[in-house]
Design a protein around this ligand. Structure first.
Ligand code: PRP
Length: 180
């Protein structure tokens, strides 16, 4: 285990079980639809890659990159779009937005409305992790891997200061690492 990790919250085996379950739910719900998985960079990339491999219905992928407006202190729920989805045919697709974590809820709350306004046929959301204790706007993901406590988690795409994204498990970071 990485020396900066206090303990493992979800092991590789735990994650595999969760991703397998989510893929089955998505397979069931998207049969006969035109599924477009839309990953939100960067945190979603590991989860998205593993999830799409386990999904058996036809799937296309795309990506967006966003950042919180005003350093994340805004309560308006507005976010900046740094990379938009560049497609003229969104009205044909059932979009599944894929995230590593829902925290305040602002990102997905905003994006679901934004994509619906762009004319997507349908918009649903899938998150690996959910921290409901941090919610600032009302939001529930349609597919959720694991509800977790308010701990500083890294790995499986999640970072602290851009590090730890490549860890194959989800771990709790030692407080001395981020209080330095
Ligand atoms: C994280 C995460 C979500 C968002 C969730 O992204 O990937 O996009 O924050 O937070 P919210 O529910 O409070 O909106 P981050 O801005 O850390 O960027 P990253 O994915 O590149 O790490």
């Amino acid at each position: 285990m990485n020396n900066d990790i206090e303990r493992v919250l979800l092991s590789e085996q735990d994650i595999d079980t969760i991703v397998t379950r989510l893929a089955k739910e998505i397979d069931r719900d998207y049969a006969g639809k035109k599924l477009l998985m839309l990953g939100i960079l960067k945190g979603s990339v590991v989860f998205m890659a593993e999830l799409m491999k386990k999904i058996t219905v036809p799937v296309q992928i795309d990506f967006m990159k966003v950042s919180s407006y005003g350093g994340g202190t805004s309560t308006s729920g507005r976010i900046n779009i740094l990379l938009d989805v560049l497609r003229a045919d969104l009205s044909e697709y059932d979009i599944l937005v894929v995230e590593d974590i829902v925290d305040s809820g602002k990102t997905l709350s905003y994006l679901t409305k934004y994509l619906a306004n762009k004319g997507a046929k349908s918009v649903k959301t899938c998150t690996m992790l959910d921290k409901p204790s941090r919610r600032e706007v009302e939001f529930d993901a349609d597919y959720s891997g694991a509800i977790i406590p308010n701990e500083f988690v890294v790995g499986y795409g999640l970072d602290y200061d851009e590090n730890y994204r490549a860890l194959p498990y989800i771990g709790i970071l030692k407080p001395e690492v981020y209080s330095k």
